[in-house]
Design a protein around this ligand. Structure first.
Ligand SMILES: NC(=O)c1ccc[n+]([C@@H]2O[C@H](COP(=O)([O-])OP(=O)(O)OC[C@H]3O[C@@H](n4cnc5c(N)ncnc54)[C@H](O)[C@@H]3O)[C@@H](O)[C@H]2O)c1
Length: 374
C-alpha cells in the first residue's frame, strides 16, 4: 500500500498525542501502512511552523480549509475544540479524506447525525478518539464478559471525575459555553465512560438523569463575570437492552479526582472492576473454589493481553496514556488498509452521543428517555 499522507489540525493536548502516535505507530506495529507527516495546521502561522518542526511534519499551515482540500492528503486528524469538529470533519470527508476526530463528535446530536450521514456517503474510514477503550485491560474485560466468566451480566456502575473545574475562582473559558463546548461534563468526560460501558454492556434501552451547575458564573480575565451554561455534574440510571441495569455519575468539579474513570460490572457468578488511574490492572472476582480463599484477583496486563506485547515483551512493566493513542492509530491504519473496521466510527459514535445527549434531555425534562426506535 502507498504511503499515506497525514494532516493534523491542532497542536494542544490531543494534537501532541496524535503526532506522537503517528510517529510511533509503525515502529510499534510493523504491519500498518507507512505514514508521512505531511501538514501541521494551527493558528497563527508561526505557531504552526514551530510545532511542525517539533512534531516532524514537512509542511505547516494556518488555513485548515486549504489543508483538508489538499489532494496530497489522505488522512485528516482533528484535535481542535469541540465546536470545530463538525465543519472540519464534513469538509475533510467531502474532500475524500479518512478522518480521525477527537471526542465528543460535535456540539449537538443533530450535528453528530450530519457527520455520520456525510461519512456514510463518503465511504471513507472514520474513527473517534475514545482512547481509553484501546486499553488491552479493557479488551480482556470485554472477553471475560462475552465468555460468561462472571455469568449473566446484571449491573453496571461507573464514575468519571476530574477536578479541573472545581475551583470557583477559575476563569471562565469556552468549555462553559454551549456554542463552543456543547455539553459540559457529559460531553467532556461522560462520553469516555459511555464508550466503555457500551462495549461491556451493549446498547442502552432507556435512562433517567439529573444534572447540576455548581458554579453559576465564573470570573472573566478582563473583569466581570460570565454565566456557566453547561453541567458540572450528571448522574444517570440506565436500563440496557439486555435487561441489565446500571448507573453512571460524572463530575468535572470533584476535588482530588484527576482522571477517575472507574467501573464495575456485576454478574451472577462474579464481577470485574477497573480504575483508569491504575490502567494496567483488572480486578476479577469469581465465586468458585474454597470459600476461605475467595477474593479478588489482580490481573496485570502483559503480552497475554494483545496488543500490549507490541510495546513491551514483559508483563507488568505497564503501558501509558499516549500508548493508547498509538493503538488507536494502528486501528485506524489497519481499517484504511482494508483490515478489521475500527470502532467507533462516526456511525457507531452516534450511539455514544445519543446516550450523553439523552442524559441531558432526561435531566432537563424530568422524564425517562427511551432509545428504542431512535
Ligand atoms: N481523547 C482524550 O482523551 C481527550 C483528552 C483531551 C481533549 N480531548 C478532545 O480533544 C479536543 C481538543 O482538546 P485539547 O485539550 O487538545 O485542546 P487544546 O486547547 O489543548 O488544543 C486545541 C488546539 O486547536 C487549535 N486550534 C483552534 N482553532 C484552530 C483553527 N481554526 N485552526 C487550526 N487550529 C486551531 C489550538 O490552537 C490548539 O492547538 C477536544 O474536542 C477535546 O474534547 C480528548
Amino acid at each position: 500500500m502507498k504511503r499515506l499522507n497525514v494532516a493534523l489540525i491542532g497542536t494542544g493536548f490531543m494534537g501532541k498525542a496524535h503526532a506522537l502516535a503517528f510517529n510511533a505507530v509503525r515502529q510499534t506495529f510493523g504491519d500498518v501502512p507507512k505514514v508521512a507527516l505531511h501538514t501541521l495546521c494551527d493558528t497563527p502561522a508561526a505557531k504552526a511552523a514551530q510545532m511542525a518542526d517539533q512534531f516532524g511534519f514537512a509542511h505547516s499551515s494556518e488555513d485548515w480549509r486549504a489543508t483538508v482540500a489538499n489532494p496530497e492528503i489522505d488522512i485528516v486528524s482533528i484535535t481542535t475544540p469541540n465546536g470545530m469538529h463538525r465543519e472540519m470533519a464534513v469538509a475533510a470527508l467531502k474532500a475524500g479524506k479518512h478522518v480521525w476526530c477527537e471526542k465528543p463528535m460535535a456540539l449537538t446530536l443533530a450535528e453528530a447525525e450530519e457527520m455520520a450521514g456525510v461519512a456514510n456517503a463518503a465511504g471513507k474510514v472514520t474513527l473517534l478518539g475514545y482512547n481509553y477503550i484501546r486499553n488491552p485491560a479493557i479488551d480482556h474485560a470485554v472477553r471475560l464478559v462475552a465468555e460468561g466468566r462472571i455469568g449473566r451480566v446484571v449491573h453496571f456502575r461507573g464514575w468519571v471525575d476530574e477536578d479541573y473545574q472545581a475551583d470557583p475562582d477559575l476563569h471562565w473559558t469556552w468549555r462553559a459555553k454551549l456554542k463552543d463546548a456543547g455539553l459540559g461534563t457529559l460531553g467532556d468526560l461522560g462520553c469516555h465512560l459511555v464508550s466503555m460501558m457500551l462495549r461491556l454492556m451493549g446498547p442502552v434501552e432507556s435512562l433517567v438523569a439529573d444534572t447540576q451547575i455548581i458554579h453559576e458564573t465564573r470570573p472573566l480575565p478582563e473583569g466581570g463575570r460570565a454565566r456557566v451554561e453547561n453541567e458540572d455534574t450528571a448522574t444517570a440510571i440506565l436500563r440496557f437492552a439486555s435487561g441489565a441495569q446500571g448507573s453512571f455519575s460524572t463530575s468535572r468539579s470533584a476535588w482530588g479526582r484527576k482522571n477517575r474513570l472507574d467501573w464495575e460490572v456485576h454478574g451472577t457468578k462474579g464481577m470485574i472492576s477497573f480504575a483508569q488511574e491504575r490502567m494496567n490492572e483488572l480486578h476479577l472476582y469469581v465465586n468458585e473454589g474454597d470459600r476461605a480463599e475467595q477474593g479478588f484477583r489482580t490481573i496485570l496486563t502483559g503480552p497475554a493481553h494483545p496488543p500490549y506485547g507490541a510495546f513491551c515483551p514483559a508483563a507488568g512493566h505497564q503501558i501509558g496514556f499516549n500508548d493508547l493513542k498509538v493503538i488507536e492509530a494502528a486501528q485506524l491504519l489497519h481499517a484504511i488498509a482494508g483490515g478489521q473496521p475500527c470502532w467507533p466510527g462516526f456511525a457507531e459514535g452516534l450511539e455514544i452521543e445519543r446516550v450523553i445527549h439523552g442524559a441531558a434531555e432526561a435531566a432537563q425534562t424530568g422524564t425517562r428517555v427511551s432509545f428504542v426506535g431512535r
